[in-house]
Design a binder for this molecule. Structure first.
Ligand SMILES: [Zn+2]
Length: 371
């Protein structure tokens, strides 16, 4: 028998309690009869509808019919009853459906699914920092292919035909290229410098670019070598660019990267594509240039010299400009400087990591430390 709201004649505590209990029992019994979504809607309407729902009827019939002295207690009973019925209706669901307990009864007290936030990889983060310093100086970012031709990777950068860097001990060549002329043979670029030529072919001077990217060499992986690593290369070409501009730019960049109190120091070096060439050293940012981290703690990263080599640089060799002369790079009219650095090594130093392989093994426990 479907529940109907009885008129009360007895307003004693016991009678109120019994009528409330009967009502709750009837509601509970009805929840078990809900077999479809339509049933569920009808059940909810029957009990909760503002107009003529059972709770509304109880409110009207019981409360309004109560004698003055029983009004307060009747009110309390009706309120408690409303709360309980609302809970039952809220919890009601279509019985027999498999997903009932999962989808229809949401337990708000259960902890949610945690999605851990990602973070930049320490190498990429270092790369972004370096690129950011040069962007503030007005440099734009250029990129190029990782699979390159011998022409862009070596020839146009003034590597003579028999230069040892082409040896397979250093360079990873794509297989089955022997039938092609040497300049067309494909390889994995060994530095980001080919993008200098590619950019100069597309854009006339003046030019100021930084080139971040991955490069490959035929090195077995160990604590300080990897067959894949990251470089950032820079190139500035204009009229009247001098070695003074090179020194000033790099000194500023090193102070922006490692702190305003680092000192820079250039030592003569050799690269096929720059002349003159130099290696840039900065005062060790770990020991502050003292070579010692404490009374009995020699500084390993700088080998106790107080200096760390950070990059190679130099004035662009006029022979390189000859390859892009037709695009406005007449070596008699323009000059420029270039520099290149290994990002991974700087990230090792910066974060005090002693094994390069840790950066590339993808172990989340290691990488999480930089999040
Ligand atoms: Zn040091």
């Amino acid at each position: 028998m479907a529940y109907t709201v009885p008129k009360l004649t007895d307003y004693s505590s016991a009678a109120l309690e019994k009528n409330a209990a009967d009502c709750i029992a009837a509601c509970e019994a009805e929840t078990a009869e809900v077999r479809s979504d339509a049933d569920l809607k009808a059940f909810r309407d029957r009990w909760m509808a503002r107009k003529n729902g059972i709770l509304t009827q109880i409110n009207d019939v019981w409360l309004k019919g109560a004698p003055k002295e029983a009004k307060r207690e009747t009110g309390q009973t009706v309120n408690q009853l409303k709360v309980r019925i609302a809970e039952l209706v809220e919890a009601a669901h279509v019985s027999g459906r498999d997903s009932d307990s999962v989808t229809e009864r949401v337990d708000l007290s259960l902890p949610g699914v945690r999605r851990p936030l990602g973070a930049e990889h320490p190498v990429i983060k270092t790369m972004h920092e370096i690129v950011g310093v040069f962007q503030k100086l007005g440099y734009s970012v250029a990129e190029g292919p990782v699979v390159e031709t011998d022409y862009y990777n070596f020839e146009a950068l003034n590597f003579p035909p028999n230069h040892p860097a082409r040896d397979t001990q250093d360079t990873l060549f794509i297989a089955r290229q022997q039938s092609k002329p040497q300049r067309d043979r494909l390889l994995l670029r060994t530095h980001t410098s080919p993008v200098q030529i590619r950019t100069m072919e597309k854009m006339p001077p003046p030019i100021r670019i930084v080139i971040p990217g991955t490069v490959h060499r035929n090195d077995p992986p160990d604590a300080s070598h990897s067959p894949m690593f990251h470089q950032i290369e820079g190139l500035a070409v204009d009229t009247n660019i001098t070695f003074g501009d090179l020194k000033g730019t790099l000194d500023h960049a090193m102070k922006a990267l490692f702190g305003s109190d680092v000192k820079t120091h250039f030592r003569p070096s050799f690269f096929p594509f720059t002349e003159p060439s130099a290696e840039l050293y900065v005062t060790c940012f770990i020991c502050g240039g003292r070579g010692q981290r404490g009374p009995d703690a020699p500084c390993r990263p700088c080998k106790q010299t107080g200096w760390i080599e950070v990059l190679g640089c130099g004035m662009v060799d006029p022979n390189v400009f000859e390859f892009v002369k037709d695009n406005g790079y007449d070596p008699k009219k323009v000059s420029g400087f270039a520099f290149g650095m290994g990002v991974d090594r700087l990230a090792l130093l910066k974060y005090g990591v002693d094994d390069l392989q840790l950066f590339f093994q993808g172990d989340v426990r290691f990488l999480e430390q930089f999040g």
